[in-house]
Design a protein. Structure first.
Length: 406
């Protein structure tokens, strides 16, 4: 299988480097076409909030594409060693990865449905912009789409989230009727806070976001913070501006917010404290000052859901492995063995008759040479169906097997 993928995510590569790999809609077509000039035969580019991936096919089954990837990274402004800040998979491993990505098993929030649409958009972009997509790459994506649909239909993968961030956002939606979302403050730059920012951009794009951090320079490295208002943490703690919802997840060892902070706030906010240890000293905050939901409140529900989720993940992985196995067998047998099976009875009889006539004209020594030559020929030129054809050849050339058949 000639499928190759190189990709990276927030766990493997720093935000500044990942930003160089992010291609806007305007950049994407020209940049992908320029990468083709470096030796790629085709390309599909996937960019999500948490991952960036390039899919391609190699010219043969034994091609090492590492040089292509390092050239591509260099072209995009990265260094050769940044290749090792990502993952490079090929063949069956690459296809398995694609199926897992489409089924959301590789997502930050396992079970989220958006990734399938993002993959479809990535493939459609290449087609629409005359970026070559070879038939084998097309088939791999179609398999990913159909497998992800089966996983979504036949498992309950997305029903009970185990991410505390997702659970917190579910509570946010439930409480919106009594706590209207009009001004959000995000404190810190942890993956959970970035996930909340992504959710806000997608689901509540009109709500103003204030992003708070000790260093504003660090916020400039985060693409999601580009459109948010920004404030240093020290200013926020001393003079908090109005906000209706607060999400916080810093690495502080001691609580940052207590009675005095919320007393200075102009409204009674809904607070989601995802930090561990907590950023909010809840015991100091009277209910009339703020409603606080902390990590410990969500962990119990997350642990209960995790048992349910583990079963669904196991079912999804079994479906992926079955789809992968069936696809590989189909590719191995088609079109050669599928066509061969239709003519096999006639072929077998003709080959048997030809061998019988040939054997009478050859000495035993030459018969063995011809048999070895035929096996080598099958191995060299018909390797995709080697075991099947060698089995047929053994039956034809083995007198005992022929006697049993007759």
């Amino acid at each position: 299988m000639r499928l190759h993928v190189w990709g990276t995510d927030f766990r493997r590569m720093r935000a500044e480097a990942r930003a160089r790999l992010f291609l806007s809609q305007e950049q994407r077509g020209p940049v992908l076409k320029s990468l083709l000039d470096h030796g790629f035969s085709d390309l599909v580019y996937l960019a999500t909030c948490n991952r960036i991936e390039f899919y391609t096919t190699a010219s043969d089954y034994f091609r090492d594409t590492r040089k292509l990837w390092t050239k591509a990274l260099r072209h995009l402004g990265l260094a050769d060693e940044d290749y090792y800040q990502g993952y490079h998979l090929e063949g069956k491993a690459a296809l398995r990865h694609l199926l897992r990505v489409a089924s959301s098993l590789e997502s930050l929030v396992v079970g989220e449905p958006q990734i399938l649409g993002q993959l479809k958009e990535a493939l459609a972009f290449s087609h629409a912009n005359q970026i070559p997509v070879h038939a084998s790459l097309d088939r791999a994506f179609e398999l990913a789409f159909s497998t992800a649909k089966k996983v979504r239909t036949n498992t309950k993968l997305g029903e009970k989230p185990v991410s505390v961030a997702t659970l917190g956002l579910q509570h946010l939606e439930t409480l919106e009727k009594t706590n209207p979302l009009t001004q959000v403050a995000l404190v810190g730059r942890s993956p959970i806070i970035i996930l909340v920012a992504q959710w806000m951009q997608k689901n509540r794009p009109g709500v103003p976001v204030l992003w708070v951090n000790r260093s504003l320079e660090k916020l400039r490295e985060i693409p999601e913070a580009a459109t948010a208002m920004k404030m240093p943490l020290s200013d926020f703690l001393s003079t908090p501006p109005p906000f209706t919802h607060l999400f916080t997840a810093t690495s502080s060892r001691d609580p940052l917010m207590g009675r005095e902070f919320f007393r200075r706030a102009h409204v009674r906010p809904l607070v989601f404290d995802f930090a561990e240890p907590p950023d909010v000293a809840r015991s100091e905050v009277p209910p009339e000052f703020a409603e606080v939901i902390q990590l410990e409140d969500l962990k119990v529900e997350a642990e209960r859901n995790s048992v349910f989720r583990a079963q669904a993940v196991g079912e999804a992985e079994e479906m992926i492995e079955t789809a992968l196995k069936d696809y590989c067998l189909d590719q191995k047998e088609a079109p050669l063995l599928r066509d061969f099976s239709q003519i096999e009875p006639h072929f077998f009889k003709e080959l048997e008759n030809a061998w019988a006539g040939l054997a009478s004209d050859l000495s035993p020594e030459n018969q063995e040479k011809v048999r070895r030559w035929a096996e080598k020929l099958a191995k060299r030129h018909l390797h995709l169906s080697r075991e099947h054809l060698k089995g047929v050849l053994r039956q034809i050339t083995d007198p005992d097997a022929r006697a049993q058949k007759l």
